[in-house]
Design a protein around this ligand. Structure first.
Ligand code: 4UV
Length: 531
């Protein structure tokens, strides 16, 4: 059967994303849009809207044209939205880059996305320069780099804001033009650029309204990174579109987080499971007054139910809320609404409007299943991505001819229409909500001269956090240690991608066609855990 949303359909929103988010801003005027959670500096809606116009004008003067790809490589800050919506307003596609990227990772994304422009911050300049050098050596030099807080030889945000010309008027086609190009490994392989049109993102915000829509003036805390689709959507696009106030923190530190909640009387927390863990268990939490918190929404990775209950008790909330989404789905398909009096415990919520879900059998038949039956989740709706940038075969492997996106997640729908996500058939590892692609780590491992073969899967640690584990075949006669393997990888990837366990094996199980049989490795791990 096809599960359909119980909410009335919403029409497609054919607006550029900066307009969908910021045109209501005109009406919010002097209300506070953003607060720097560290310094207390505030940005009003009027100032944000004006900054976006000036940044667009400044970028156009610098040479940014419609369709150019601008890479945004910055931690969360109150300047981030001006850069992001300003680039969009100038007609560019924004590829958001993990602020933990190494030079090689950044160069990889800049090259793959065909980015011509980079917007960054001065502490990231050494990484940005090293990446730019790698690109230049490959004959693909960047056209320009903006350093938001200023650095010699580069335009700054202040320079862009000082632009005197008119903002450009690019002819954006919301149905076709790519607003954002975040990177995701999807169900298999290496990270790929996910083409999200203005329409798919703007429509997904309208779809989400039915279940999650912060009130005007509601204070939400933004510590999840804006570069990831979850932070970008749930902590920038949606709250700003609704006239909420976003309290911005550059990174997670429990004490700073709790202090920001207390000081700014934060009402909405939008987080990933590691923050729930800290809030549930850490003694430091008792030192702060967190009584302003009205709801906590957790998504991006599985949430343990006992942990969720412990956190809810500590925050004096009836229950925690969950959402489910995927970069390739713009990203939201399910949310537990803050106004839902009795959601099914442990569920990730109900379908947003204009979205269909199928649960298909895992026995190879692909048959549709009914309520209570576990299978792969397939989604169809206006939020399905346009495709992977420059990779039509990878696109066809996840979006079928009828428009169903095969999520690679396993779940079931209960009798009341609430979805439960219980497992994954795809390779992807979620370390604390961050994507880790096994194929990427395997390629790094195979670059070591003493490694003959390698495979990576996700394995739960004592806290239930999924961690990358490498199975390594040594080149005969070499004395490679697990620590050396872990250090080798750590030196080449962002910290969240580190290999956290290493096991030496005689051979990596592979199919006749040479594909790694991850299922066998997972079964071995499960046997051991059960033993
Ligand atoms: O592509 P991605 O990194 O995307 C995300 C996006 C998450 C959301 C969720 C609700 C929102 O409102 C929102 O704005 C963004 O994580 O990873 C997608 C995969 O992460 C796992 C699942 O395997 C997806 O295919 N995942 C996401 N949410 C959950 C989850 C969840 N609640 N429980 C278990 N796994």
């Amino acid at each position: 059967m096809v599960f359909r949303s119980e909410f009335p359909d919403v029409p497609d929103v054919d607006l550029p994303i900066h307009e969908a988010v910021l045109s209501p801003a005109a009406g919010y005027g002097d209300r506070t849009a953003l607060i720097d959670g560290l310094t207390g500096e505030r940005v009003s809606y009027a100032r944000l809207a004006a900054s976006v116009e000036r940044v667009a004008a400044g970028l156009a003067e610098a040479g940014v044209r419609k369709g150019d790809v601008v890479a945004l490589f910055s931690p969360n800050s109150i300047a981030y939205p001006a850069a992001y919506y300003g680039a969009s307003r100038a007609g560019a596609t924004v590829t958001t880059v993990s602020s933990l990227s190494t030079p090689g990772e950044l160069a990889g994304q800049l090259g793959d996305s065909d980015a011509r422009w980079l917007i960054t911050v001065s502490p990231f300049l050494p990484t940005a320069r090293a990446a730019a050098d790698l690109l230049a050596a490959a004959g693909r030099p960047l056209t320009g780099t903006v350093v938001l807080d200023g650095a010699e030889g580069h335009p700054s945000l202040a320079d862009l804001l000082a632009a005197t010309g008119p903002a450009p008027e690019p002819a954006v086609d919301p149905r076709e033009d790519i607003a954002v190009l975040p990177y995701s490994s999807g169900t298999t392989g290496l990270p790929k650029g996910v083409m999200l049109t203005h329409r798919s993102i703007a429509t997904n915000l309208a779809q989400t309204d039915a279940l999650y829509r912060p009130a005007v003036g509601e204070r939400v805390l933004a510590v999840l990174p804006f570069f990831h689709i979850y932070g970008l959507t749930a902590l920038l696009n949606q709250p700003l579109r609704c006239g909420a106030t976003v309290v911005v923190l550059p990174r997670f530190d429990l004490e700073t987080f709790c202090r920001a909640v207390e000081q700014h009387r934060v009402q909405g927390l939008v987080v990933a499971p590691p923050i729930v863990l800290a809030l549930a268990r850490h003694p430091l939490v008792d030192r702060f007054d967190l009584s302003s918190v009205e709801y906590l929404l957790c998504a991006a990775a599985p949430l343990d139910q006992e942990l969720a209950a412990a956190c809810a008790r500590r925050l004096n909330l009836p229950h925690l809320l969950q959402g489910y989404g995927m970069t390739e789905l713009s990203p939201v398909t399910h949310v537990v609404s803050p106004t839902d009096p009795a959601p099914s415990p442990g569920s990730v919520g109900r379908l947003v409007p204009s979205t269909e879900l199928r649960v298909t059998a895992l026995d190879g038949s692909g048959d549709d299943l009914g309520p209570g039956e576990r299978g792969e989740l397939l989604i169809r709706g206006p939020q399905v991505m346009k495709g992977y940038f420059g990779r039509p075969c990878d696109t066809a492997a996840v979006v079928d001819a009828e428009g169903w996106l095969h999520t690679g997640d396993i779940g079931y729908v209960d009798e009341r229409g609430y979805l439960f996500v219980v497992d994954r058939v795809k390779e992807l590892i979620k370390y604390k909500g961050y994507q880790v692609a096994p194929a990427e780590l395997e390629a790094v491992l195979l670059g070591h001269p003493w490694i003959a073969d390698a495979a990576v899967i996700g394995v739960a640690d004592a806290d239930g956090t999924e961690c990358p584990k490498a199975f390594v075949v040594r080149v005969p006669g070499t004395g490679l240690t697990g620590e050396e393997v872990a250090d080798y990888v750590a030196g080449r990837v962002a910290p969240y991608k580190k290999v956290r366990a290493v096991e030496f094996v005689d051979a990596v199980p592979r199919s006749a066609a040479g594909k790694i049989l991850r299922r066998e490795l997972r079964a071995r791990e499960a046997d051991r855990a059960g033993a």
